[in-house]
Design a protein. Structure first.
Length: 92
């Protein structure tokens, strides 16, 4: 459960930075979803999604909400790295 705690802490920091006060059950739900998604991705043994196309709307929304710099030519791969780097910066 250390990984889940780490994800929860990162979510709390992101919420605080964005002046958002979610309910505790919503935070836990988000953390569990992220945790499960990471486990699924690891189980796929790195199965790849075509990342050479533009960032998805979900990625753009996430980067906008986290106040991360990106442009119209940002690829899925670049967006994934930008978001991961931001989340990982809270867990180190």
């Amino acid at each position: 459960m250390d990984k889940l705690d780490t994800i929860l802490k990162a979510l709390k920091v992101i919420c605080k930075e964005n002046n958002v006060t979610p309910e505790n059950d919503m935070l836990l739900d988000c953390a569990v979803r992220i945790y499960i998604t990471e486990k699924i991705n690891k189980a796929r043994n790195g199965a790849t999604i075509p990342l050479d196309t533009g960032a998805t709307e979900k990625q753009k929304t996430a980067m906008t909400n986290m106040k991360l710099a990106f442009n119209d030519t940002t690829t899925k791969e670049e967006a994934k790295k930008i978001i991961s780097d931001k989340i990982n910066s809270f867990t180190q």
